[in-house]
Ligand binder design. Structure first.
Ligand SMILES: [Mg+2]
Length: 392
């Protein structure tokens, strides 16, 4: 089997509100300083690139890549061009089953989201060709359902608590509020959430690099003193401050997770060498796809660390892809983050349009069991959401 075409199509979805509202709302380094709002993007939106890989045997694989300059450092224009103009042409004529080799062929510096979109499409294609789910390609289907966590935008304590209560009514049982401004005010936010959701719900906190090391230690100590029961604190300090993150980790009982500091397997190794985190956050877009994600998980296993699969946002293919990864990875034991469920409907065809969506049954999503990713995009909906950026 040979690859005959690789196509990339931008997709843009409006969302009701930005997840990170800005300064004074629980985070001091996110959108307030690094706004997503520009003349080309005046309203809250999420952007993606759909990837389609075709073969001479008629089997087609689909993937999707997130595009977000603030977190991943890749715009939708960059991801489209990287897939269609640079990486795609390298794949023409090659055997799509050679996934490890092909990942090496497109292993340009950075570009994790573009690589991830191709990785997803190659795995979907290989699974369809072999008649097995992607989770089987990744090592086996250990689990059939995924517990779900959802991120909560920073804001006033009662508003954040109410957002969690509303999501609980939809079956969500794990939350990751955004913090990272003032540790005392943030501790009040987390206490309000705990009081509202009760003792049996997981609360993680994500600082998005918003603290100094000593501020992060203060937040953890306040939460420990007031019985907030924080499952973990994610990315308390700046990306490259691994000594600072190690200082936080040594100083508190709360588990510390690396997110922005952990894109690649090499990043994971640096975190392990610095003893800077207890938990590694894996996202397909950071790791450049399934193979990078599996390598980070292997490093974590060897070092005795846990892993969390974080929100990368997705149209539906990404949701399925993360469910397959969770099903196959033993060291990911806790809830997987699918914040997009709370922001927009997915673009999948029935029955997965409702099965991979809120409300949840028992706080979990089912892992698709069909060949490949086991889900199909609704092409009409995708076409309606197609967006060529205004600059091209
Ligand atoms: Mg994060």
């Amino acid at each position: 089997m040979r690859i005959t075409a690789v196509a990339a199509a931008p997709v843009r979805l409006a969302i009701p509100y930005p997840l990170y509202p800005g300064v004074g709302a629980g985070t001091k380094i996110e959108w307030g300083k690094r706004s997503r709002f520009t003349p080309l993007r005046p309203t809250p939106m999420l952007e993606y690139v759909l990837v389609r890989i075709e073969t001479d045997e008629g089997v087609t694989g689909w993937g999707e890549a997130q595009a977000d300059i603030g977190f991943f450092g890749e715009t939708v224009e960059q991801v489209r061009a990287a897939v269609a103009d640079y990486m795609g042409p390298q794949l023409i004529g090659k055997d799509p089953m050679d996934r490890e080799r092909l990942q090496g062929v497109i292993d340009y510096r950075g570009n994790g989201c573009a690589k991830s979109g191709i990785s997803m499409a190659l795995h979907d294609l290989a699974g369809k060709a072999m008649g097995v789910p992607v989770s089987v390609l990744l090592g086996g289907r250990m689990r059939t359902h995924v517990p779900v966590a959802v991120e909560v935008a920073g804001g006033k304590p009662d508003a954040m608590a109410q957002a969690c209560v509303d999501l609980m009514a939809q079956g969500v049982r794990a939350f990751k509020p955004k913090v990272g401004g003032d540790p005392d005010a943030d501790a009040d936010r987390l206490r309000a959430i705990r009081a509202a959701v009760g003792p049996d719900v997981s609360i993680r906190a994500d600082a998005n690099q918003g603290y100094s090391p000593k501020e992060a230690i203060r937040l953890c100590r306040l939460c420990e003193r007031h019985g907030v029961g924080l499952e973990l604190l994610e990315q308390p300090v700046a990306v490259h401050d691994l000594p600072g993150m190690a200082f936080v980790r040594r100083s508190v009982d709360t588990l510390i997770e690396a997110d922005e500091s952990c894109f690649t397997p090499q990043d994971a190794l640096a975190i392990i060498r610095h003893e800077a985190a207890d938990v590694l956050n894996i996202k397909l877009g950071k790791a450049g796809g399934f193979l990078g994600a599996m390598k980070i998980a292997a490093l974590a296993e060897a070092a005795g660390l846990k892993c969390v699969l974080g929100t990368g946002f997705g149209l539906g293919l990404e949701i399925a892809a993360k469910a397959h990864l969770y099903a196959a990875l033993e060291q990911v034991t806790d809830a997987v983050e699918f914040t997009e469920l709370s922001l927009h409907a997915n673009l999948l065809r029935p029955p997965w349009d409702t099965r991979l969506a809120l409300p949840l049954e028992d706080g979990r999503l089912p892992v698709p069991d069909g060949p490949g990713l086991g889900v199909e995009l609704d092409q009409d909906q995708a076409a309606q959401s197609r967006a060529m950026p205004a600059s091209t």
